[in-house]
Design a protein around this ligand. Structure first.
Ligand SMILES: Cc1cc2nc3c(=O)[nH]c(=O)nc-3n(C[C@H](O)[C@H](O)[C@H](O)COP(=O)(O)OP(=O)(O)OC[C@H]3O[C@@H](n4cnc5c(N)ncnc54)[C@H](O)[C@@H]3O)c2cc1C
Length: 406
């Protein structure tokens, strides 16, 4: 496939770039996709999202009737590629607009689409994803939060954990167990939950970065009307798979971490034994390895682009992206800290602005190796679904959830 832009795509890219240059402030070495500090400025994020909405870039593939542009997945990809060069505050919307709102679009009723889509795209309302629990992370289907029918409502009791942005979210998509007498994947149902409803208790978790971006969320007799169910009762697993599939749509986007080019720049400015570190053979070898990996990831993102241009979804091979990029981001950040010698143990802000992004990447990278699928889980996906190797041992397959011992 030819990966250069068609004349129409080139024109779209040029108009996006022009708009971004006029409206976003270009910043050095950071994509603005995450701050790692827990200090996201919600007001600034809302203002940026609103300006994107007004310009028609907030929901590129969404039909105009729901506040979108009615554009193509390739246009959405072009916009993401161009926006990633600017330090714009998009982080607080990533999970909501990337995964939750598309789930509402696909599985919700007309009333849901009318009520929720425009305020979400305009940035007025923020969404979070309430899947993981103490007993169900990689194995989400092991979750224990119960939803029990009571008249026209469901009554929710249980606990979620690692819920990004729950402390500022207005709504969430919640996966809960509605039938414990059937196999674990079969007794789940998805709901829309109002995060301000009585009985919802959000408790931020402090991270080693000093921030608190994710939370524990407790549900004590929280009532959700049956009309806010997403998909059929007992079909929550399939609805959740659709949500998780959305992650692949962001394939090739990168995390906005420190990469090979940035670490090379730092190595040029840093001395080892009186010479630029970039002239040291050990440094050059490491940087070259990372750069080669990045080229491989770029080619993989072209596969995603090809699938999108054909109106298909990127395949499970996109798991390779995060399986390589997240550990590499951690390695690069560690290496960059070592370049500072003994000063590497100091906070980046105490030394030089250049190092702040290194430190943020260093503190964030371990989380990226877990969220959205751990290294091991991604390798299982690659083994089973890309390479066709024998499946993981699943002793609980087909066993009713209430007969599982742990
Ligand atoms: C930054 C961040 C943001 C997050 N945001 C959200 C959010 O918004 N909403 C949400 O619902 N969740 C969120 N999560 C949770 C995330 O999805 C889980 O952390 C992840 O799925 C892993 O689950 P766990 O933490 O329970 O670890 P576990 O599943 O308990 O895993 C523990 C260890 O066992 C390994 N392991 C587990 N199963 C297997 C297996 N079958 N084979 C081999 N090894 C295995 C894992 O790789 C890991 O090393 C977030 C996590 C992070 C780090």
């Amino acid at each position: 496939m030819d990966f250069s832009d068609t004349p129409e795509e080139a024109e779209f890219r040029a108009s996006v770039r022009k708009w971004l240059e006029a409206n976003a402030q270009r910043a050095r070495g950071t994509s603005g996709r995450f701050t790692g500090t827990g200090t996201d400025d919600i007001g600034a994020a809302k203002a940026w999202q609103a300006s994107k909405y007004e310009a028609g870039y907030a929901a590129i593939t969404v039909p105009e009737v729901y506040g979108g542009r009615g554009g193509t997945p390739i246009q959405a990809l072009i916009y993401r590629q161009e926006e990633s060069a600017f330090a714009v505050p998009t982080g607080v919307y990533e999970i909501g607009l990337g995964m939750c709102v598309p789930t509402v679009m696909m599985q919700g009723s007309d009333a849901h689409r009318d009520r929720f889509l425009v305020p979400a795209y305009r940035g007025d309302e923020i969404w979070c994803q309430l899947f993981s629990e103490p007993a169900g992370g990689s194995d989400i289907a092991a979750l224990r939060t119960r939803a029990v029918r009571d008249g026209d409502d469901w009554v929710i009791n249980g606990q979620k954990v690692w819920t990004s942005g729950a402390h500022f979210a207005d709504f969430g998509i919640l996966l809960a167990r509605t039938d414990p007498t059937v196999a674990k994947h079969k007794g789940l149902t998805m709901f829309i939950v109002d995060m301000k409803a009585p009985g919802v208790d959000v408790r931020p978790i402090e991270q080693m970065s000093g921030g608190a971006e994710f939370n524990e969320v407790f549900f004590a007799d929280v009532r959700i009307p049956d009309s806010d169910r997403l998909g059929a009762e007992g079909d929550g697993w399939n609805v959740a798979l659709g949500t998780l599939m959305m992650e692949r749509m962001s394939a090739g986007q990168g995390f906005g971490f420190f990469g090979a080019t940035e670490v090379l720049e730092l190595a040029r400015k840093t001395e080892i034994g009186g010479r630029p570190a970039s002239s040291d053979a050990r440094v050059r070898e490491r940087v070259a390895d990372w750069w080669i990996n990045e080229q491989g990831l770029k080619l993989l993102s072209y596969r995603a682009q090809t699938a999108l241009s054909k109106g298909e979804l990127p395949g499970p091979e996109q798991s390779v992206n995060k399986a390589i990029e997240a550990p590499q981001a951690q390695e690069i950040a560690y290496f960059a800290r070592q370049l500072r010698g003994q000063a590497g143990s100091m906070d980046g802000e105490e030394i030089d602005e250049d190092w702040v992004h290194v430190d943020r990447s260093w503190l964030w990278a371990p989380g990226m190796r877990l969220g959205g699928g751990t290294d091991e889980v991604l390798r299982n996906i690659i083994a089973e679904r890309v390479l066709g190797l024998p499946g993981d041992v699943r002793v609980d397959k087909g066993v009713p959830f209430n007969q599982l011992t742990s």
